[in-house]
Design a protein. Structure first.
Lengths: 150, 195
């Protein structure tokens, strides 16, 4: 394997020494570009009390290319589909190499706090969210209890 | 006593002159249109009190006086460039970024179009290469806009027949988020800049 760029080493060190509250990210022993991530559901959101597992991969071209992030825990959210793929502009068209692993994960956490059904990835969930917000939030709470319990 | 010098070891230190200290002072005085004059004492004072962390390339996070990930020897072979937005990067880092379609020609820090700051000495040797890259980017952007325009026209001409199946296709890569989402992003990218 090619040697790890300094930037990735620095970021990894900082994630360990100065972690973001409510977020953990640990590199895999065999592949230091592959991170096991957990994000706590933000307080006041339907995901409160949930602990969500994600995977994050830094492609060879990182930081010229965005990290690949995916939810492993099932989640009822209009911008996250059944495969755990996330619709977030900074992961696609609005990526900037000034962003880092920690800022990306903070954005994902913020997406949990404010779902955006008008720019959906999971169309059925988004429809439900627009038609019956209270019901959808209730479903999200139930899914959190069922799949993301700490 | 008589001292005879047998050997001497001259030591040099160097650093890119990005005028970054002046920039910081300027940024703290937004109401001033003209950069306040900084005397050498103030300059030295600020220079000493600056956090080294701030003096790193926003792309590779290595010191300005160090090298980009693909270079070995710091200095002229891996130079620094200053943007007109006052953000500085290793030449190779920003060049590689601007050469990706994702960059849309924008500065990674402030998302303004990245151009070299004029009348900065260290920028001069690279001006030509950057001009070429920037004009290539502009052409690429124009071509994309034209394509989009044509696609829109086709859809409009096709009317209902084209629109209907289009709606049935699941949207896997929707465009930019709503205002609300962009607010979040702005917050986070600002956060990234501070670190």
């Amino acid at each position: 394997m090619a040697s790890l760029p300094k930037r990735i080493i620095k970021e990894t060190e900082r994630l360990v020494t100065d972690p973001v509250p409510g977020i953990t990210a640990e590199p895999h022993d065999d592949n230091l570009r592959y991170f096991q991530v957990t994000i706590e559901g933000p307080a006041g959101s339907p995901y409160e009390e949930g602990l969500f597992q994600l995977e994050l991969y830094l492609p060879d071209d990182y930081p010229m290319e965005a990290p690949k992030v995916r939810f492993l825990t099932k989640i009822y959210h209009p911008n996250i589909d059944r495969l755990g793929r996330i619709c977030l502009d900074i992961l696609k068209t609005n990526w900037s190499p000034a962003l880092q692993i920690r800022t990306v994960l903070l954005s994902v956490q913020a997406l949990l706090a404010s779902p955006n059904p008008n720019d959906p990835l999971a169309n059925d969930v988004a429809e439900d969210w627009i038609k019956n917000e209270q019901g959808a939030k209730q479903t999200a709470r139930e899914w959190t209890q069922r799949y993301a319990k700490k | 006593m008589r001292v005879t010098v047998k050997k001497a070891y001259p030591v040099f230190s160097w650093s890119w002159d990005t005028d970054s200290v002046a920039r910081d002072v300027y940024c703290n005085n937004p109401e001033h249109n003209v950069r306040p004059d900084i005397n050498s004492e103030t300059y030295a004072f600020l220079r000493n009190y600056r956090n080294d962390e701030d003096d790193v390339c926003g792309i590779c996070r290595v010191s300005y006086n160090g090298v980009c990930p693909n270079c070995k020897i710091p200095g002229r072979s891996c130079p620094l460039v200053v943007g007109s937005c006052n953000h500085s990067f290793h030449f190779h880092c920003i060049y590689r970024w601007l050469d990706t379609p994702t960059s849309k020609g924008l500065c990674p820090m402030c998302r303004q179009e990245f151009t070299l700051k004029p009348e900065v000495l260290i920028n001069e040797p690279h001006a030509q290469k950057f001009m070429e890259l920037i004009s290539r980017n502009r052409e690429r952007r124009l071509a994309m806009e034209r394509e989009e325009q044509e696609l829109n026209n086709e859809l409009r001409e096709g009317g209902v027949v084209v629109d209907e199946p289009d709606q049935g296709v699941p949207v896997m890569q929707p465009g930019l988020g709503s205002d609300e989402e962009e607010d979040e992003i702005d917050y986070d990218s600002n956060d990234g800049m501070r670190m």
